[in-house]
Design a protein around this ligand. Structure first.
Ligand code: AP5
Length: 221
């Protein structure tokens, strides 16, 4: 499958819709890298780099990091050899400017996106999912206290320590949802007009959502 088709996929949806969870599953199923801009920015924060320092101020408030910083970070990656045979982008693009830049970078390399997958979930459920989330410090795997509990050891499958994200406080989550509605939701019509948008009911179980995603990418590869 992955050796015949070149998938270039972006994952869209509100905070907590399951983009990260599905990105990792799809990475294993398709054999192409899945990259989360949120994870990259949190890594930069952890390292204490200039980018991380700037990003922290926005992330803690639930605001978007400025386009120029995020576009620079992603464009270097998209042009790298690792991404040459396809990729899954989780959390990018998030604004029309980011979407246009991504199209431009790919176009310059004679490529284009194959799928924009939209994980459709109510705000109420999204907030519920985020409030129980735990993330592994080592491999970034996501758990949920009720829906997808960690092993009895309280650590990740890989042995890594689990933590609660700085921006997962309810007040910040509400702002992230507003920011999503105002700045990211317009991308749905952008990709719909290009004929590459697929909507998935993200309220189903993790495995059911993964099956739907596989059906879509296999039928429209
Ligand atoms: P980012 O890390 O991308 O956060 P987000 O988009 O708000 O999305 P989340 O990671 O919260 O949720 P998700 O959809 O990945 O769901 P998950 O799989 O974890 O961005 C964080 C911040 O970084 C932004 O606010 C912004 O400041 C900045 N940033 C990032 N990208 C940027 C960009 N391009 N431009 C500018 N700024 C940017 O699942 C959530 C929980 O639900 C987990 O506990 C999981 O186990 C559980 N779960 C998942 N699926 C299911 C299911 N089907 N059933 C039950 N539980 C489920």
């Amino acid at each position: 499958m992955a050796d015949v088709h070149e998938y270039r996929i972006v994952l869209l949806g509100p905070p907590g819709a399951g983009k990260g969870t599905q990105g990792k599953l799809l990475e294993s199923s398709l054999g192409i890298p899945s990259v989360s801009t949120g994870d990259m920015l949190r890594e930069a924060m952890e390292k204490g780099s200039d980018l991380g320092h700037t990003a922290r101020g926005y992330i803690q408030k639930g605001e978007l990091v400025p386009d120029d910083l995020v576009i620079r970070m992603v464009s270097q990656m998209v042009e790298s050899d690792r991404f040459a045979r396809g990729f899954i982008l989780d959390g990018f693009p998030r604004t029309l400017e980011q979407a246009n830049s991504l199209d431009q970078i790919l176009f310059t390399g004679g490529k284009s996106l194959s799928h924009a997958l939209y994980f459709d979930l109510s705000e109420e459920e999204a907030v519920r999912r985020i409030s129980g989330r735990l993330v592994c410090k080592s491999c970034q795997k996501m758990y949920h206290l009720a829906y997808n509990p960690p092993p009895p050891s309280g650590r990740c499958d890989c042995g890594g320590e689990l933590f609660v994200r700085e921006d997962d406080k309810e007040e910040t989550v509400r702002n992230r949802v507003n920011v999503y509605n105002n700045q990211t939701k317009p991308l749905l019509s952008y990709y719909n007009q290009k004929g590459i948008l697929w909507t998935i009911d993200a309220s189903l179980s993790i495995q059911e959502v993964h099956q739907k995603v596989l059906e879509i990418v296999n039928a429209n590869g």
